[in-house]
Design a protein around this ligand. Structure first.
Ligand code: BG6
Length: 484
């Protein structure tokens, strides 16, 4: 059976920057299904050849040394273009004819990828339904929905309803590109393919968990979008809560979509709701200096470009273990990292007055860009009595594995083609995640607490963030990773 991928939003940034380069690399590695066709759908008037030409240039730019003209020539023969307006149902009837033509009337896996601006998701889904393209029948049909999936729980629910009117849940693939990252999937391998971590992965041994997604970039040309979204919607509802579920979930009975997603949902359900006062005390927000001058940003904008929140998980494993989660733009460096901070030994035998400040064990999971894991532990300083010092075991993906890490979209596209939704969010998961973010967003909009603090670009967010975490007898792990 052949496979057809229809990309709505074919002339957009995501298609040229991520989707086509990922498909090209998969083709180069011989990983794509046989008999593949890629059909672009957008309003611009391209011929098949003109679109192939435009993609040749962008793909050469985004794949660098991996770009090879002969391979591209073979790959681009699978690419077609269909000019059309998503708002017009007629165009979906025409699309259906084109698909029947290129598929030579055989049955196919048909993947409809919504890479458009979010306001086009619902009309596209409705017209896929109306034109009969969503039907399973002869074809095995799937729909991929890009982020943002709604702007709050109500809009996410509505989008889910629209999807479910035309597609069954198992046909729907909601993208969160973090789940396509090798290092994110490796959290499950670390926890569930080893025996040494799981016995200590709980409230008895772990003091707290820090999840940090720092970016050195500012919002740049995305001010128009970002000023309406803000950091909670942009990073927390999706990527950071996904990381949290992988860290906190119980072992699923099988490595299979619903088994995994059921466990993730239990974590989200166990996150303790917060009152207005608790939100004021459990969150910090900031905006980098200069944000209001960015193009597309309101001159008096109160949108947060930094947030830190403390979440509690009400279950036996995690009761009393704070999860500190933070993310911000215009930081000292780009790093996504998870710190598992273990407890101090109950009774210290060694004189620590002559050593540096005593630090308990920690496991540092580097998601990017220094992909790897470090275990920090105390060691005796040789020839210095019983002086001790924190040292580390340092595992790096790039040192252990010769091939470069693939882009997240490669894995996700392969999984959609194979019909495996394990690394995609289910409808209940997305709605629960909004249910955690909405009250914080609403509290921030209604009240002045916590303050929206301005911070200098190039650091680790507002000063208040450090003071806040220190007032809870903890410290942020503000260390830029060393790339080896
Ligand atoms: C996107 C956000 O979803 O993720 C961006 O919209 C953010 O604001 C990006 O920069 C971060 O992704 P990554 O893969 O670079 O960590």
């Amino acid at each position: 059976m052949g496979t057809t991928i229809v990309i709505f939003g074919a002339s957009g940034d995501l298609t040229s920057r991520k989707l086509i380069p990922a498909l090209y690399r998969l083709f180069q590695k011989g990983r794509l299904p046989e008999e593949l066709r890629i059909v672009g759908f957008a309003r611009s008037r391209f011929s098949h050849d003109a679109w192939r030409q435009a993609l040749a240039e962008s793909t050469a730019k985004f794949t660098g040394d991996d770009f090879d003209r002969d391979t591209w020539a073979r790959f681009s023969a699978t690419i077609f273009y269909h000019p059309g307006d998503i708002g017009n149902p007629e165009n979906f009837i025409l699309l259906r004819r084109l698909l029947d033509e290129v598929e030579s009337r055989g049955s196919s896996v048909r993947i409809f990828y919504l890479a458009t601006a979010p306001r086009f998701f619902e009309p596209a889904i409705r017209h896929l339904g109306g034109s009969g393209l969503s039907r399973q029948g002869n074809h095995d049909t799937r729909v991929v929905v890009e982020k943002p999936f709604g702007i709050d729980r109500d809009s996410a629910r509505q989008l889910n309803d629209t999807l479910h009117n035309c597609f069954a849940e198992h046909q729907v693939y909601r993208i969160d590109h973090y789940l396509g990252k090798e290092t994110v999937q490796n959290i499950l391998v670390l926890r569930f393919a080893n025996t040494i971590f799981e016995p200590i992965w709980n409230r008895i041994y772990i003091d707290h968990v820090q999840i940090t997604a720092a970016e050195d970039v500012t919002v740049g040309h995305r001010g128009g979008y970002y000023d309406k979204a803000g950091v909670l919607r942009d990073m927390f509802q999706n990527h950071l809560l996904q990381l949290l579920t992988f860290l906190a979930m119980e072992a699923p009975v099988r490595f299979e979509a619903d088994a995994i997603r059921n466990e993730k949902v239990k974590v989200l359900e166990a996150i303790r709701p917060m009152s207005l006062d608790e939100i004021a005390e459990s969150t910090v927000r900031g905006q980098y200096r200069g944000y209001r001058q960015e193009p597309g940003v309101a001159a008096d904008s109160r949108t947060a470009t930094f947030a830190a929140i403390r979440l509690g998980i009400d279950n036996w494993r995690w009761q009393g273990v704070p999860f500190f989660i933070r993310s911000g733009k215009a930081h000292a460096c780009r790093t996504t990292q998870i710190l598992i901070q273990f407890r101090r030994p109950p009774h210290l035998l060694f004189d620590t007055t002559r050593s540096e400040r005593f630090q308990a064990n920690r496991l540092l999971i580097q998601i990017q860009p220094a992909e790897g894991i470090q275990l920090h532990f105390q060691t005796k300083v040789p020839d210095a009595g019983m002086r001790i010092r924190l040292t580390s075991l340092d595992f790096r993906f790039r040192e252990q594995f010769a091939d470069p890490l693939p882009d997240a979209y490669e894995r996700l596209l392969l999984d959609v083609a194979a019909g495996d939704p394990s690394l995609f969010a289910r409808s209940d998961e997305v709605e629960l995640a909004w249910g955690i973010i909405d009250p914080i967003q609403a509290a921030w909009e209604q009240s002045d607490r916590p303050d929206l603090e301005q911070y200098e670009p190039g650091g680790w967010g507002p000063d208040g963030s450090r003071a806040w975490v220190e007032s809870q007898d903890r410290q942020w792990f503000d260390v830029c990773p060393v790339l080896k």
